[in-house]
Design a protein around this ligand. Structure first.
Ligand SMILES: Cc1ncc(COP(=O)(O)O)c(C=O)c1O
Length: 412
């Protein structure tokens, strides 16, 4: 099996670095810890279809990052893109919003178990910030309890002290707990009576560089009860897990009911829209928050979102994704064992995390991932992966073939 070359990617990166700070910034750029060694990864995409994207050098990859989540049905899904194009003919960014916004809100309210209303924005970080502001407006309190290591976007309140441009004041109302530690949450609630507006967390712990952890038994039920008894808004950041665990929301999957739910990534199969869904009791509070943006009521993503939700439901929801992920990771673990490696898999199968054991420097794992990428299976180091509905037997078999070649290369 030939390994890929990235000459054009490298050339383009030089060009980009002259006019774009960092060349490619953020998590999709080579400065990020996900791309080690940099030489193994393409920097620019040329086109995409279904489970695959092709880079500017003509190399084809199965994309197990699914564009970091948005690609849930497959790139260029014909039904979603047809709905988007039909809407484009009628209008997109217009002075009064299209009524397709109502259709989309209705679709979400009818899909997500806890939702009585939906408020749209563009990115996941827009709606996590809106959730915090809504909780403050509803409770007239300042503080938020957050789980250490959770990612909620890039607004200053989500970052750490010492990060560029972040002030201590912007973090002064954050309180942090460890994941799955109910007692820590309870003791903060006792320490700050009447001061905590919100408890915000992802539905399970899917941080980077850590084994992903599902909630312990009764964790969410106890948190729900604590929040209800103390007038604290329970906000779930479902930006990454949304519709990959349960069409009705990840709170539904884990057997509780959130007050606010943040959605983005899988919501419209790559068309840019995010949503905050909320319970009736917070309708007035969200209405009190001034929050909007130039493109937030664009109609094309709403039409795409409706088509995406409907198609996912028609396909039976994330069961298929879970099954594919479970089957694939079971085989990857077996394959690794047959080559003398222990592969540890964690998190939900539809967005699994993996690492090679006994690898304190992380070099072994990174080399294996690099060898996979250079043969056309786009995994990433130290971040969870994603499955989408267009991955079938052909992709499954090719992935195992490449993973084995890569293991052999590492062994050699
Ligand atoms: C759990 C979670 N919350 C929030 C965000 C921020 O979303 P966005 O990058 O769309 O602002 C992300 C993005 O990866 C995420 O995974």
């Amino acid at each position: 099996m030939e390994t890929y070359q990235y000459n054009k990617s490298k050339e383009l990166f030089q060009r980009a670095a002259k006019v774009i700070p960092g060349g490619v910034y953020g998590h999709q750029g080579p400065a990020n810890g996900c791309f080690i060694p940099k030489e193994a990864f393409p920097f620019f995409s040329d086109h995409a279809e279904g489970a695959y994207f092709w880079d500017v050098d003509g190399n084809r990859f199965i994309d197990y990052m699914c564009a970091y989540g948005p690609n849930i049905l497959g790139y260029n899904d014909p039904d979603v893109d047809h709905a988007a194009m039909e809407q484009a003919k009628r209008g997109n960014c217009t002075v009064a919003p299209s009524s397709v916004m109502i259709d989309f809100a209705e679709e979400l309210v009818n899909t997500v178990a806890m939702a009585d209303w939906a408020f749209f924005a563009k990115n996941g970080g827009d709606v996590t910030s809106l959730a915090i502001m809504t909780a403050r407006a509803a409770t007239n309190r300042k503080k938020t309890i957050l789980v250490r290591g959770n990612y909620h976007g890039v607004a200053p309140w989500t970052q750490g002290l010492g990060c560029g441009g972040v002030l201590a004041e912007e973090l002064s109302n954050n309180l942090y707990v460890d994941w799955n530690d109910y007692d820590q949450v309870e003791s903060l609630v006792k320490k700050y009576p009447g001061e905590i507006a919100c408890f915000m967390s992802t539905p399970y712990w899917h941080g980077n560089f850590v084994e992903n952890q599902l909630p312990e038994r009764e964790y969410w039920q106890k948190i729900r009860k604590l929040c209800t008894e103390n007038g604290i808004v329970l906000a779930i950041d479902d930006v990454r897990c949304g519709f990959r665990l349960d069409m009705e929301g990840s709170d539904h999957y884990f057997g509780f009911k959130a007050d606010l739910m943040c959605f983005c990534k899988a919501l419209a199969n790559g068309w840019n829209v995010s949503a905050l869904c909320g319970a009736e009791k917070l309708r007035n509070a969200v209405n009190d928050v001034f929050f909007t943006g130039s493109y937030w009521m664009s109609a094309i993503p709403f039409a795409a979102g409706i088509a995406t939700l409907r198609k996912m439901k028609k396909l039976g929801g994330p069961v298929m994704l879970m099954e594919y992920g479970k089957r694939l990771t079971t085989e990857l673990v077996k394959l690794a064992a047959s080559r003398g490696f222990e592969l540890i898999v964690s998190g939900a199968p539809s967005m699994w995390y993996m690492r090679i054991a006994d690898d304190p420097s992380l070099m072994l794992h990174q080399r294996w991932i690099a060898e996979c990428v250079k043969r056309g299976v786009y995994f990433t180091n130290h971040h969870n992966h994603f499955v989408n509905y267009s991955m079938r037997e052909k992709e499954f078999n090719f992935t195992l073939e490449v993973a084995d070649e890569a293991l052999k290369a590492v062994k050699a």
